[in-house]
Design a protein around this ligand. Structure first.
Ligand code: GAR
Length: 207
């Protein structure tokens, strides 16, 4: 029997990157891993609806309800254990995880960031802010990066990057959409497959 790596996807908003991962499962790009849980740190995030529509268990865990960063991360860890999660994908997850959490999953957490790291990354650079910063700097090329997550915000080893051209007249919203379509939705599933395959090899599921 072929066994896959169990994936949890952490989200905060619309979940188009989650959708790209779900689609990649259907079209075979993501074949060594299976999404077993979707966790949002924001109640009512549309990403949760996407999970439910696809029969994936969906959880909401907010820092406010948990009361502290530590309790928030303990609850996340509990869900990972209960669902036997091997590998965590941050897909539009707008909360910074502490070393207490990241150290439990070395080379087992990846994140998609909407710029070419090391440009426009780190604390305060998330979502539309990243594209606002790229446009105000005047770069002509931007893109997306998938990287491992460690205790340094956006500082883990890079797995994949893809460049996207900035065009005259771009607004942050237009640029965000182009970066998603031309880069994020392509490299995130590819990187998730790469890491899943490695986990399957390490576990002896494939040789
Ligand atoms: C995406 O552009 C993602 O790269 C970015 O937020 C957006 C979420 O969209 N993430 C970050 O900025 C993390 N630092 P989605 O919810 O539709 O996937």
């Amino acid at each position: 029997m072929l066994t896959k790596a169990n994936i949890a996807v952490l989200v905060s908003g619309g979940g188009t990157n989650l959708q790209a991962l779900i689609d990649a499962q259907s079209n075979g790009v993501l074949k060594s891993g299976e999404i077993k849980a979707v966790i949002s740190n924001r109640a009512g995030a549309y990403a949760l609806t996407r999970a439910e529509k696809n029969g994936i268990p969906a959880f909401t865990v907010t820092k406010k309800e948990c009361g502290s960063q530590q309790a928030f991360e303990e609850r996340l860890t509990e869900i990972m254990k209960e669902n036997k999660i091997d590998f965590i994908v941050l897909a539009g997850f707008m909360s910074i995880l502490s070393e207490n959490f990241t150290a439990q999953f070395p080379s087992r957490i990846i994140n998609v960031h909407p710029s070419l790291i090391p440009s426009f990354c780190g604390k305060g650079f998330y979502g539309l802010h990243v594209h606002e910063a790229a446009l105000s700097y005047g770069v002509k090329i931007t893109g997306a990066t998938v990287h491992f997550v460690n205790e340094v915000c956006d500082g883990g080893k890079i797995i994949m990057q893809k460049a996207v051209e900035v065009e005259d007249g771009d607004t942050p919203e237009i640029l965000q959409k182009r970066v998603m379509e031309q880069a994020e939705w392509i490299i995130l599933p590819q990187a998730a497959e790469k890491v899943s395959e490695k986990i399957c090899r390490q576990k002896g599921f494939i040789s």
